[in-house]
Design a protein around this ligand. Structure first.
Ligand SMILES: [Zn+2]
Length: 321
């Protein structure tokens, strides 16, 4: 996606617990950010989105007429063409909601009377797709190839190929969490058994390392492994192998230049990257073909301290419909 002939834009990443908003300047650099709790239901989601956007405009002293657009990344079934969303279970939105129009109108209402007001175009995108665009942009590679692998409650990837989102014919491109990893293995809510998501996700770690204490399961596991706990090392190794498999699937299918790991589990940081790279190197040691693909070098973590999904949503907001 080209980002050179555009003005300011706002990006919103609406997740189940928090809404992150960021202002992108005309050069594509992220600026002011807003973080608000997400409340469930379409009315509350619209209200929060309009509040966040109005706040960013006020902080930068911008009028609505200086905005190219607003982009929103959110989980659920999103129709970027119509700006409708449905089945966003985490947000309490079941039936189809024309979210883009509603946010545009709500923001217009708030800005009424301020200089340069008027309806701002709002565009929607699936949150993983938005994150993939944001990750490519933040690497300075808007025209490149990249997969954003989200290790959160579930496991799925967003794909940017030649600088464009690859959504697939039915919007399911990158749903690699439901590849069978272990035939006859753990049951998956999708109806199958042994899906990769059951071994390579935050919920998989919680199931495998329930452990005592109030630390998040990934943190508790990696701490125990670092302390040499043999059981923890085993669980960590199994987890790393499953994540490495996800990376291999993405690289072998799409040959993207980079696989960027994001999602809640990626907050583990360097120790996560290290164990995943170690499993990829191990596989490379068994296969000249895999070795030639230099997979370990092509995996990286999403940048910290920058809301990748919101930045990507802001890029969506700039795109001509
Ligand atoms: Zn499944």
């Amino acid at each position: 996606m080209r980002t050179d002939d555009t003005g300011w834009s706002v990006g919103l990443d609406i997740g189940g617990t928090k809404t992150l908003a960021v202002l992108l300047d005309p050069t594509g650099a992220p600026g002011a950010q807003v973080r608000l709790p997400t409340e469930r239901g379409a009315d509350a989601v619209v209200d929060t989105a309009a509040t966040a956007a109005a706040d960013l405009l006020a902080r930068a002293d911008l009028g609505a007429d200086q905005l190219t657009g607003i982009g929103i990344g959110l989980p659920g079934i999103v129709d970027p063409g119509t700006g409708r969303v449905e089945h966003a279970v985490n947000l309490g939105i079941a039936a189809g909601v024309p979210l883009a129009d509603l946010v545009s109108r709500a923001l217009d209402g708030r800005l009424n009377g301020r200089r340069g007001s008027g309806p701002v175009p709002v565009r929607l995108e699936n949150d993983l797709n938005a994150a993939a665009l944001g990750a490519a942009h933040l690497r300075g590679d808007d025209d490149g190839d990249l997969a954003f692998l989200a290790l959160g409650t579930g496991l799925a990837a967003g794909l940017v190929l030649d600088g464009r989102l690859h959504r697939g014919a039915g919007g399911a491109a990158g749903e690699i969490g439901h590849l069978i990893y272990l035939p006859g293995g753990r049951p998956c809510p999708c109806g199958q058994h042994g899906c990769l998501e059951q071994y390579a996700s935050g919920s998989a770690l919680r199931a495998a390392w329930p452990g005592p204490g109030d630390r998040p399961a990934p943190v508790a596991l990696f701490e125990a492994a670092a302390a040499g706990d043999p059981a923890a090392l085993g669980v960590q190794q199994d987890f790393a192998e499953a994540v490495a498999t996800a990376v291999r699937v993405l690289l072998l299918t799409t040959d993207v230049a980079h696989v960027v790991i994001g999602g809640g589990v990626s907050e583990l940081g360097a120790p996560l990257l290290q164990v995943v790279r170690a499993r990829l190197d191990h596989a490379a040691g068994t296969s000249r073909f895999l070795a030639s693909m230099r997979m370990a070098e092509r995996v990286d973590l999403a940048p910290r301290g920058v809301p990748v999904g919101a930045v990507g949503a802001a890029l969506v907001g700039r795109k001509e419909p």
